[in-house]
Design a protein around this ligand. Sequence first.
Ligand code: SF4
Length: 239
Amino acid sequence: MKTPTRRTRPARRNMTLAEVRAFITQLAAANPNAESELNFVDDYTLLVAVVLSAQATDASVNKATVALFRDAPTPQAMVELGEEKVGAHIRTIGLWRTKARNVVALSRQLLERFDGRVPFDRAALESLPGVGRKTANVVMNVAFGDSTMAVDTHIFRIGNRTGLAPGTTPRAVEDQLVRRIPADMLRPAHHWLILHGRYVCKARKPECWRCPAFDPCQYRLKEDLRATGPETAPATAAK
Ligand code: SF4
């Protein structure tokens, strides 16, 4: 994930805690069954899919993992498949050479250090090749039901644009989200926010005219975008 930087102050002000609750509640109502768009069948294939998804779309990862997981559904099988053949499966994904090396190396470490299982422990996860804080947060959230918040480019943008959780680094935004989102909403909020950023609150032109969380949002340009709608909305609304 590119390290985002905040060039402007797109939100009028930070949301109040009541507005944070309303924002998340309205996203939830619009998409109650939100879940990961990555395909996986167990904790191990989830971990591999998330490692492959860095700087790549979920759709491109899903295309590649159909054959990869058929040939190597376990850490043992992945090690036996080897770096070269893993690379051949994922060549359509960005950074595929590094990712092939990491996937084989992390599979070997799972066998050697964790009895072939994905550990439910942040430090242990982050000690694996190719696994950083964001990947560990996704795995802990999706596989183990932990209330973690993985901040990708979409969540970073929404946090700053809407006044939900302003911060100049992904970690700062993560800390704000964990502090400000009600505890009972935190675990699924990861999915609601990612999907909202992917399909509605887009990077270049947020689609405010059809936003389910318009009222609590504090984005400066939201009224302009809603008034002009999809046809003539300015394309300069980034950030
Ligand atoms: S789509 Fe517009 S109104 Fe909705 S959260 Fe994003 S900036 Fe705010």
